[in-house]
Design a binder for this molecule. Structure first.
Ligand code: 4AD
Length: 466
């Protein structure tokens, strides 16, 4: 018997003239007075489950079929026929319904066929993929990831697998998780009493990467158009709906390029990947529209259709200073923008995505290129309505003397950046790149407002279960 997925069956790709098998998990079971059971089976391949009609004539009808509950694993075999029921093109008339795995105690099974709060589902992160919302999110997340790789591949970029373990603080912000094999109860000490990291696995302190950027720059300065897409780690104690301690980031880097080209690349990437979701995930997006955020489809469509407005940081400050809205954090030139400011600009002032450029050097990372005014750097953030910053990027400082001055000004240890300085000593060129936060993108597209609900197993302060 050939197996077919829910997706294949519902899209008419299963044969109508031969029995087929569907393997999956029961969502719901309803018994009709006519002596039939309607069992909805999902295998996660599509938003909608397949309705399997199980007749009382099945040998295990009373002993098993009528005992099926949500979560049971089954193998259904039968014929695919056009469905008389509304909202589903096809259903299966079962000739066999095998139980592969029972649910031990149906009354205490956490995933019941009813809406659950996202907070509750976080407590059962190992079972939540069985819900509509996490299933739909997972398919959208996959589609976004594939579209990202497709976009870069089609545009001649090479995917660089940058390391997870690193010695450098790529952002210079000190939000690092240490990687160590030392015995905490018995740490080796130098004669001065400090921890002796020369005795550690790598012979020096090592950390989980906060960004693949510095490594990807090295490949950019040989292979021209590159990107990295992988997990990154930040020990920032931010307990917000936008911050994770472990999140995925997409970081392209382009050689012989300036900030304007960088901004255009970010806009093109966002438009491409969001369009892919609208094109490929209609059922999932219809669910998010109905159950999670009314208007989410129009919001995503607007990013695809609208040209992103470009604006200088200085102009944004003038707009914010004269805004009628009272902000929790006051703004003036030189302050870092908070989420409330970013959202005001994108939602109230522009009514669409904004690319803010040329920020004061004091609030940005050491590697950003100094502008001729000596006060601002060629940085850019893409701000999206409903979420705020989704992309952070810049043109990089390609001049060694300027880079050294910035490293010194920021009190960073130049020894830690020796190899990075080499890139400026040997054939340096203007180059630029950015980081797109993957979870913030998934949250934006699905309307799920907390990044903890768009990554399989979220890591946040005090939470590393599973
Ligand atoms: O602005 P960030 O810190 O930029 C960098 O890491 C650069 N090295 C990127 C580059 O130029 N190659 O982070 C980039 C994006 C943010 O805009 C945000 O979307 C996301 O990463 N991000 C987070 N997402 C979830 N949780 C966190 N703690 C995040 N911190 C940043």
């Amino acid at each position: 018997m050939t197996s077919f997925s829910c997706n294949a069956i519902l899209s008419g790709r299963a044969p109508a003239d031969a029995p087929v098998t569907l393997k999956g998990w029961v969502r719901t079971r309803r018994d009709s007075k006519a002596g039939l059971s309607f069992v909805h089976i999902s295998d996660g391949s599509s938003f909608h489950p397949v309705q399997v009609v199980a007749p009382a004539a099945l040998a295990n009808y009373a002993s098993e079929v009528q005992k099926l509950t949500a979560g049971c694993a089954v193998e259904a075999t039968g014929t695919i026929v056009p469905s008389p029921a509304k909202g589903q093109p096809f259903e299966m008339q079962a000739t066999d319904l095998k139980v592969v795995g029972w649910v031990e105690d149906p009354d205490t099974y956490p995933i019941q066929p009813k809406p659950h709060t996202m907070e509750f589902l976080r407590e059962v992160a190992h079972l939540r993929p069985r819900t509509n919302s996490i299933g739909a999110m997972t398919r959208v997340r996959h589609t976004l990831a594939m579209a990202i790789h497709r976009f870069f591949h089609e545009n001649g970029f090479l995917w660089i697998h940058t390391p997870i373990i690193t010695a450098a603080d790529a952002e210079g912000a000190g939000e690092l998780f240490r990687v160590s094999t030392l015995d905490f109860a018995n740490l080796p000490r130098t004669p001065e009493g400090k921890v002796d990291f020369t005795k550690d696995f790598f012979g020096k302190e090592a950390f989980l990467t906060v960004s693949g950027q510095l490594n990807v720059e090295s490949y950019c300065l040989a292979l021209s158009k590159v990107y990295t897409f992988g997990p990154t780690f930040r020990a920032e104690n931010s307990n917000t709906s936008r911050h994770l301690a472990e999140f995925w980031m997409i970081e392209p880097e382009i050689a012989f390029a300036d900030l304007a080209q960088d901004a255009s690349l970010a806009e093109a990437l966002l438009k491409y990947i969001l369009k892919a979701v609208l094109d490929e995930r209609g059922d999932d997006m219809a669910f998010f529209e109905e159950r999670i955020e009314k208007g989410v489809i129009a919001k995503v469509q607007a990013i695809v259709d609208k040209e992103f407005v470009r604006m200088d940081y200085t102009e944004a400050i003038t707009i914010l200073e004269s805004a009628k809205q009272k902000f929790e954090y006051p703004v003036k030139w030189g302050t870092d923008l908070q989420s409330e400011h970013e959202r005001y600009l994108a939602e109230k002032h522009v009514g669409g995505p904004v690319i803010l450029m040329n920020y004061p050097k004091e609030i940005k990372a050491f590697y950003m290129r100094m502008n001729d005014d000596g006060k601002t750097v060629a940085a850019m953030d893409v701000l999206a309505p409903g979420i705020g910053e989704i992309v952070g990027g810049s043109q990089r400082e390609e001049r060694l003397d300027h880079l050294d001055a910035r490293i010194a000004q920021m009190g960073l240890d130049p020894h830690g950046y020796g190899w990075y300085r080499d890139l400026r000593r040997y054939g340096s060129v203007p180059h630029a790149g950015f980081g797109l936060g993957f979870e913030r993108t998934v949250a934006y597209v699905t309307g799920l407002s907390n990044v903890r609900d768009v990554i399989p197993f979220p890591r946040t302060p005090g939470n590393a279960r599973y």
